[in-house]
Write a protein that binds this ligand. Structure first.
Ligand code: FES
Ligand SMILES: [Fe+2]
Length: 448
């Protein structure tokens, strides 16, 4: 960066798909990053195959032999609690000839039987039945090599289960860095513990996965895109504001917005639409939290909303309610999304009902925010077709320069700037490196 500033050059990162100019204080992303099949494949190879990926929460499979199937980075997996109570993840692919072994979405099963030749595996992955086994030489040795293939790494932080396909990935806590404590702040919110609810929101978006990351780290769009919601909150007496709200680069591509003026939080920050009964309950809850965790920690957890992004596929929304969201890129212009509600185990039914209603009114697929957001990133994906192949200046580049001047002075990043996006893109660029000469488009006269 220093060299770039001294020489007045544009820093084009590792692969030529970002252009960062510390003289002009501009930051741009080449739109091939959202469109190119080659970039998509390079992401699968270099990011998804070599990072920790969020798989699910251990409370999704509370009982022995509970399982879910799930796809990460295009790989079908079985997420299962074995008969021994241990949480594991296996490639959902038969060691015999590769068939998908478990074709149900979820359930409870002591065994998984492959339908093709009926090889059977127990819920701990062990090959338990092999029809016609007399035709195999050295049978015991052979059987010992044919258990379900586990993922290379699995580790759990506060119930959040992460896996990696790379056996040499650094330890999970090292990867999570400061993001680990943000997840702990969520897990500590109830003395009774926190759990996911069984229902799931699942939807497909016609947009690149990175647009979903940008959108979540983009406080700038909140007031214009969600003006219906902002108007509704103001009408109900909540003073929505963008003041005093910040974006934090947590390192390793993780980032976080800390928000105080966008919404109340059930049990933490009361707002009028929660009703009078909830006001008193919130006061008591905050008192109990301070007693349990100490005033400082209770305030740290309770006083602000947070939107956390853990590179590359986990978004955690600690807003009116708590939502875990997982991104699964399917194609350059297609992303599958799964979302779960994360709630206190021991919560009064009326509070739980209000939590779910409040959540769906905002981040639900029929709420006042998420459909707007999805429309925004689908509109970006459609719009960027217009400048494809246009090599004039920066016509085919997206701009994320907002707040670069503050950043260059080392000032704290505001949530309404684009610093959290820039830190994501810098890490993405570093992880991806050079894709090919074809994707590193030429700059036109605009950056000379
Ligand atoms: S492919 Fe599964 S038993 Fe043959
Ligand atoms: Fe939004």
């Amino acid at each position: 960066m220093t060299q770039t500033m001294a020489e007045g050059l544009v820093d084009t990162g590792h692969g030529g798909l970002i252009a960062q100019d510390w003289n002009q204080l501009t930051f741009r992303v080449n739109r091939e990053a959202y469109r190119s099949a080659e970039v998509f494949q390079a992401e699968r190879d270099r990011i998804w195959n070599h990072n920790w990926l969020y798989l699910g929460h251990e409370t999704e499979i509370p009982n022995k032999n509970d399982y879910k199937v799930r796809t990460l980075g295009g790989k079908p997996l079985i997420f299962v609690r074995g008969g021994d109570g241990v949480v594991r993840a296996f490639l959902n692919s038969c060691p015999h000839r590769g068939t998908v072994v478990c074709r149900e979405e979820q359930g409870n099963a002591r065994n998984f039987q492959c339908f093709y030749h009926a090889w059977t595996f127990n819920s701990s992955g062990k090959l338990s039945a092999l029809p016609g086994d007399d035709a195999y030489a050295e049978l015991e040795r052979f059987k010992g090599t044919m258990d379900l293939r586990p993922v290379a790494k699995l580790d759990i932080h506060e119930g959040f289960v992460f896996v990696s396909f790379d056996p040499d990935v650094p330890p999970l806590l090292e990867h999570l860095g400061e993001a680990a404590d943000v997840l702990s702040m969520a897990a500590e919110q109830s003395a009774s513990g926190m759990t996911t609810l069984p229902g799931i929101q699942r939807y497909g978006v016609k947009g690149n996965w990175k647009l979903a990351v940008e959108n979540a780290m983009d406080g700038y769009h909140f007031a214009p895109t969600h003006n219906t919601f902002v108007g509704y909150l103001r009408e109900t007496g909540f003073p929505v504001t963008d003041d005093d709200q910040y974006a934090h680069d947590l390192g390793s591509g993780h980032s976080m917005l800390v928000l105080t003026g966008h919404n109340g939080r059930l049990g933490m920050i009361w707002e009028p639409r929660f009703g009078e009964a909830e006001k008193e309950r919130t006061r008591l809850n905050r008192e109990a939290m301070a007693e349990r965790l100490g005033q400082e920690r209770a305030d740290e957890i309770g006083d602000a909303s947070r939107i956390l992004f853990v590179f590359p596929n986990l978004l955690f929304f600690d807003l009116e309610a708590l939502t875990i969201r997982q991104l699964e890129p399917v194609a350059p212009g297609r992303t599958d999304v799964r979302a779960w509600q994360y709630v206190p185990v021991d919560e009064e039914p009326d509070v739980r009902a209000m939590r779910l209603k409040t959540m769906t009114s905002f981040v639900g697929p029929g709420g006042l925010a998420t459909p707007d957001d999805i429309e925004a990133y689908e509109a970006v994906q459609r719009g960027i077709e217009a400048s494809k192949g246009d090599t004039r200046g920066f016509n085919d580049w997206s701009d994320m320069s907002r707040g670069m001047e503050r950043e260059s002075k080392g000032e704290k990043g505001r949530s309404i700037d684009e610093g959290a996006m820039r830190s994501f893109w810098r890490h993405w660029d570093k992880s991806l490196g050079k894709v090919s000469d074809a994707t590193a488009t030429e700059y036109g006269s605009g950056c000379e």
